[in-house]
Design a protein around this ligand. Structure first.
Ligand code: T46
Length: 316
């Protein structure tokens, strides 16, 4: 899933604040419909569907709610509680809205008129259509690899002595190097690089364009005992464009945010917010990083790209 968080420019003066949402300018499609949801019982979630073609931007113009997105590879949670904040819900993204505050007014900008035939309201149908898209025979697996899944996208390469279990899902254009193990309940997005000697166990979800350095280990059981298996393994989520340095360990149940950077040899024991740099054992927050990977300066500017991230990062 590409970065779905949006931040809008606020035009403010002593009279108050104004935000302008304009097709193609700060909304990435032509807006054909606007609707809003309000007076929602906080106990009753909404959504639970994906759209075949529709693109939408959700903005909480008052109050708050939680939005869960799932593109079939990566699941992410977003709190909407500021009117200058939006969430882009692309086509074929399963979405749910939870925890509506009583004063919540959720405004939705949509790329098309209402069409019931554009909805996929059953999660299994959604999963099936996502899977159907990624299966391909056009991938490479080295003769000395053991690949048991059929669910591998176009142009992916799997190198020698790597074992991929039957339930694993791997996207397009990935490069999985030697001596790597990928268990059953594992999902990798597109354009993922996995260097040699990586262990990816049940419960790990890896987004698009993620870099996983050599000898990285994911765990999935916080209280391991031999021959005792938890009912369900903890889920660890690595969001799009994150990078994990060589020889790091990601402890089960944590979420690594988009574009986050984990330094070599780290032990990650906490959630890591987007665009942040963490390293050490245990890994701690060390600063903010650019999309190119360079550390931002104290003004939140990348001195290589000249991009300013002040409006993009969550301050810690
Ligand atoms: C979405 C999330 C974010 C219409 O007749 N016209 C409309 O434009 C819309 C949006 C809905 N409807 C009807 C369809 C249902 O009979 O209103 C009823 C309630 O819709 P639904 O149960 O789909 O509402 P939510 O809150 O679960 O989902 C809505 C949108 O429908 C959906 O597209 O992405 O908000």
């Amino acid at each position: 899933m590409e970065n779905s968080n949006m931040k809008f420019q606020v035009i403010g003066d002593e009279r108050g604040s104004l935000i302008s949402l304009e097709a193609i300018k700060n909304i990435p499609f032509n807006i054909k419909r606007v609707y809003y949801i309000y007076n929602v019982d906080p106990k009753l979630p909404r959504g639970f569907h994906a759209h075949l073609e529709l693109q939408q931007v959700l903005v909480c113009v008052s109050g708050s709610c939680k939005v869960i997105l799932d593109d079939g590879h990566v699941k992410s949670e977003h709190i909407l509680n500021e009117p200058d904040q939006g969430i882009l819900v692309d086509k074929m993204v399963w979405h749910e809205m939870h925890n509506f505050s009583e004063d919540c007014i959720l405004m939705v900008l949509a790329s098309d008129i209402y069409k019931e035939e554009d909805y996929i309201r059953n999660f299994d149908d959604f999963r099936t259509s996502i899977k159907g898209k990624s299966i391909s025979n056009n991938y490479f697996s080295h003769e000395k690899s053991l690949v048991e899944t059929n669910n591998i996208g176009e142009n992916t390469k799997i190198w020698a002595y790597t074992h991929v279990f039957p339930g694993a899902e791997i996207g397009e254009n990935c490069n999985i190097n030697d001596h790597t193990l990928i268990e059953n309940d594992v999902v990798l997005g597109n354009n993922v690089t996995v260097k040699s000697g990586v262990h990816i166990w049940d419960g790990v979800r890896i987004g698009n364009n993620v870099f996983i350095g050599p000898s990285v280990v994911f765990t999935n059981d916080l209280n391991p005992r031999s021959k005792r298996y938890p009912e369900k393994f903890a889920q660890t989520i690595i969001n799009n464009y994150a990078s994990i340095g060589a020889n790091s360990t990601i402890v089960a149940g944590n979420i690594i945010g988009e574009y986050a950077m984990i330094g070599a040899g780290s032990v990650v024991t906490k959630d890591v917010p987007p665009y942040t740099l963490w390293y050490g054992n245990p890994a701690v927050f060390r600063g903010y990083v650019c999309e190119c990977g360079n550390k931002l300066n104290s003004q939140y500017i990348c001195q290589l790209c000249n991009k300013n991230f002040k409006d993009k990062i969550e301050f810690i």
